[in-house]
Write a new protein. Structure first.
Length: 525
């Protein structure tokens, strides 16, 4: 007797169809799984056997062979438990299989195993546990023209964000069998996408809580308006972390496509909370400085996303930048330039998106008080040199804005003067981003930070006074060609914030001001 169920395996951010084929034949009791399964899939036979028995069904005491096709595709994860159990029951005639009629729109019946994608992990008592990657699987099911998807109830809302696909959340194996045999109604899972995007786009932090630091606030506004990377340097307690945590509050809300892409990354990483259907708030990732390069960019035998991908469409905050191991920082070069990260392993080579805003913070010296007028620095020049040399020049070149964050004086901390809220700053950022979207509509980019070299000449043309200012600054500060390009991009953003189509000398001067820090670091080093 044969049984067949459709399932899925996730590689990177995409899912591939897997056919779970079962042959139940006479012979000595034996249970084998073929089709390049990993250890978790091989262990499924014990979970499937116990779940079927403890759920009250008869488990065949025969020779059972399960084939996961195509056989040359590596199968990993525990999501094959449920389709294996259903295929065994289908082979025994306990599940109706291909004889099932069509379902109604309200989800009263099922249409047949060949029209549904089934995934889920089984407990020994027959309950169904959640799996990773439900959203990529749902996208694959719709792409393949399948009618719907049966999966754990805790993953149902995540999969239901894919329109045009019937999604049924189940919690036990008997519930699946009864549903497939038309003896139980399982309501179709639906979500309000518009409500999710609006309701989840709220933040607990606000810029109105930050006192002083007007220069740093301006730099954050420019960074948000153009999607630029930012480095802040200042003594401990000056507010660097506080400012960084409020950057997402002034960024434009995520669109549906951005939310789907971000949710897929968090889904395959197992970062979604139970019953969470969509990541509608821009991510803010702040890894500790002890993180490894694999933790930052991703890795593993079958590569998983790292922090740079989990921060996709959001902010990656690296506090105490020089404390990160140098080789860990150097792996940031590719994602900062290309907005993607490619992880090559013997088993596979996968590319994950990594379009994030890098915000880094550091002290001016090991003790942190070099620029603090209230505290005396205890560091020697060689110590300061070694500390700052941990951040390489090529990495600094890739950071568009570099700003000093001085200690906040008491009169600023004690004032009751109202400060600009995130909503006020965000309104200006949104206007600047709208100008950029309109300008680059035919170029396939969204903001100034994404300008490619050939576009810089076209969109960042400056007048003669600005050129002379640039030339003088490059000579005096010793800036690189990459720094020159980034100055032009930042000047373009400053002009957009003012609503000017032409870049003028004041815009260039402010952009140059944001590049003076890297030269100071190199000079001290």
């Amino acid at each position: 007797m044969l049984g067949k169920v459709l399932s899925c395996v996730v590689y990177g951010l995409d899912a591939s169809l897997v056919s779970v084929e079962v042959d139940v034949a006479a012979g000595l009791p034996f249970f084998s799984i073929v089709g390049l399964p990993d250890a978790a899939v091989k262990e499924s036979k014990d979970r499937v056997r116990a779940a079927i028995k403890n759920a009250g069904f008869h488990f065949p005491v025969k020779k059972i062979t399960i084939n996961l096709a195509p056989a040359d595709l590596k199968k990993e994860g525990s999501g094959f438990d449920l389709p294996m159990a259903v295929s065994v029951l289908a082979a025994e005639g306990i599940v109706g299989g291909d004889q099932l009629p069509s379902t109604t729109a309200d989800g009263a019946t099922a249409s047949g195993l060949e029209h549904y994608l089934i995934v889920g992990e089984l407990s020994l008592d027959g309950t169904i546990r959640g799996v990773r990657g439900a959203l990529p699987m749902a996208v694959a099911a719709r792409r393949l023209g399948l009618k719907g998807m049966i999966l754990p109830v805790e993953n149902a809302e995540e999969a239901a964000v894919v329109e045009g696909l019937e999604v049924y959340g189940v919690s036990t194996l008997p519930q699946v069998v009864e549903f497939l045999n038309q003896r139980l109604v399982v309501e179709r899972t639906t979500v309000d996408l518009e409500g999710l995007l609006k309701g989840c786009s709220t933040y607990a932090e606000d810029f109105s809580e930050v006192k002083g630091q007007e220069q740093a606030k301006r730099a954050l506004e420019v960074a948000a308006a153009g999607g630029h990377h930012l480095l802040m340097m200042g003594p401990p307690g000056s507010g660097k972390t506080m400012l960084a945590k409020r950057l997402p509050t002034i960024l434009p809300s995520m669109g549906f496509d951005e939310a789907i892409e971000t949710t897929k990354i968090h889904s395959v990483s197992g970062q979604l909370s139970p019953r969470q259907s969509l990541v509608a708030v821009r991510p803010f990732r702040a890894p500790h400085h002890t993180i490894s390069d694999a933790g930052l960019i991703g890795g593993g035998q079958m590569p998983r996303p790292g922090e740079v991908s989990l921060a996709h469409n959001g902010v990656l905050f690296l506090d105490e930048l020089p404390e990160f191991r140098r080789h860990v920082l150097e792996v940031l070069r590719q994602p900062l330039e290309d907005s993607t990260i490619t992880i090559a392993r013997a088993a596979a080579s996968l590319t994950y998106p990594a379009r994030f805003m890098l915000v880094a913070a550091m002290n001016p010296c090991p003790c942190g008080f070099l620029t603090d007028p209230r505290q005396r620095c205890s560091c020697t020049p060689p110590q300061i040199q070694r500390y700052r040399a941990k951040v390489s020049g090529p990495l600094l070149d890739r950071i568009d804005l570099q700003v000093e964050v001085p200690a906040v004086p008491f009169r600023e901390l004690s004032t009751d003067r109202p400060h600009e809220s995130s909503a006020e700053i965000r309104s200006r950022v949104i206007k600047a981003r709208a100008l950029q979207r309109a300008r680059y509509r035919s170029d396939g980019i969204a903001c100034n930070a994404q300008l490619r070299p050939r576009m810089v000449k076209k969109y960042c043309d400056v007048d003669e006074p600005s050129k002379r200012l640039l030339e003088l600054s490059m000579q005096r500060l010793g800036l690189s060609a990459r720094a020159y390009t980034r100055i032009l991009k930042v000047a373009r953003t400053i002009a957009d914030l003012e609503g000017n189509e032409r870049i003028e000398s004041p815009h260039v001067a402010e952009a140059i001001h944001y590049r003076s820090l890297d030269r100071r670091i190199e000079a001290t080093a």
